[in-house]
Design a protein around this ligand. Structure first.
Ligand code: SAM
Ligand code: SF4
Length: 334
């Protein structure tokens, strides 16, 4: 499946829910989002059908996200169903990791290939500040569980925010002794996060740390600690996505930099997104959406296919620096 700019689109990101067991300050209001009702969100059967139709058009990879995908009831059965759809080569997940200690084993058996775990700081107090309700040890236990059951690769995604003053070198060092792939992601002022400043931590454009600057910061800190510098990685982890990868000499994992703002990777875009309430979103940074729920509830497979193709045709060539969207990441499916 190619879009009107000649890009091959074979990757679908699906938000299973807008609900979450955290309340990250750049993602959700303190009292949770104005939560969608049960009827608003796609049922697991509707999601499975959508993926089946998408696979017939050439979608090969599916990522389950949210909100927190692991709080959606029946997620393990969904993984099992999706992995057996003809044409789907891998199913992955983005999670805050908290429920992995109890679910990782079943998810692995169900056929989940890999997980990305979100973790923005290794400092327990800052972790609580960012997530509002989360405990650092829970997410760390989720990372351990993911490695134990053998997900490969296990990636740790950290959103970088200047005023949060994160422990970047400590993060990068997570990649040394275990096969962990740490990825630093430039904070994206999305939803109303730009206007939200909490406990001295601002969340506006001034908080974006360009990846080139971050690489320099890490290497300066490494030099001060008597460590070698990061060098471009020989191999990229599977499911490479839009990151640039580096590694410390002899490390088991890698350190990646994802730069949606300082280095547009729109030319390499390979994805469509589905929101929890059944909208196809051609671009993360644009509020243009196509309703597919109605077709899933009352239409034929051809109707579902037509909506996917319409959204495909609406993929912009790039996001033209438009940041700040109506819906927050938890609603869109980050
Ligand atoms: N709850 C899961 C998790 O946290 O991994 C999945 C959904 S969450 C919306 C997906 C990713 O989006 C997380 O890594 C989160 O840090 C990131 N995210 C949310 N809001 C963001 C923002 N404004 N800029 C950059 N990343 C953001
Ligand atoms: Fe929940 Fe993930 Fe958003 Fe944090 S970033 S509130 S964990 S959906």
């Amino acid at each position: 499946m190619k879009d009107s700019h000649g890009r091959v689109i074979d990757y679908l990101r699906i938000s299973l829910t807008d609900r979450c067991n955290f309340r990250c300050i750049y993602c959700m209001p303190e009292d949770g989002v104005c939560q969608l009702s049960h009827e608003d969100i796609l049922s697991l059967e509707e999601i499975e059908r959508l993926i089946r139709v998408a696979a017939s058009l050439g979608i090969k990879s599916v990522r389950l996200t949210g909100g927190e995908p692991l709080v959606r009831k029946g997620v393990t059965s969904l993984v099992e169903a999706v992995t057996s759809i003809h044409g789907i080569q891998n199913v992955s997940m983005t999670t805050n990791g908290v429920l992995l200690p109890q679910m990782a084993d079943d998810l692995k058996r169900a056929g989940l290939s890999r997980v990305n775990i979100s973790l923005d700081t290794l400092d327990a107090e800052k972790f609580h500040l960012v997530t509002r309700v989360g405990k650092l040890e829970d997410t760390l236990a989720g990372i351990d569980a993911a490695l134990e059951v053998g997900f490969n690769p296990v990636k740790v995604n950290a959103v970088t925010v200047r005023s949060l003053d994160q422990d970047f070198l400590e993060f990068a060092k997570l990649s040394v002794d275990r096969p962990l792939h740490v990825r630093f992601i430039e904070f994206m002022p999305i939803g109303d996060s730009e206007s939200t400043g909490i406990n001295g931590v601002g969340w506006g454009k001034q908080d974006v740390i360009p990846s080139d600057e971050l690489l320099q910061i890490i290497n300066e800190r490494a030099a001060r600690a008597g460590m070698p510098a990061l060098k471009p990685a020989d191999d990229k982890p599977v499911g490479w996505g839009p990151a640039k990868y580096y590694e410390f000499p002899g490390a088991k994992g890698t350190v990646g930099f994802i730069s949606p703002l300082s280095r547009h990777f729109c030319a390499e875009c390979n994805r469509l997104r589905i929101t929890a309430d059944g909208k196809v979103r051609p671009c993360l940074f644009s509020d243009n959406e196509f309703d597919i729920r109605e077709a899933l509830r009352n239409g034929s497979d051809d109707d579902v296919r037509d909506i996917l193709l319409m959204a495909l045709g609406a993929k912009p060539d790039e996001h033209h620096d438009k940041v700040g969207t109506e819906r927050s990441m938890s609603a869109i499916g980050g």
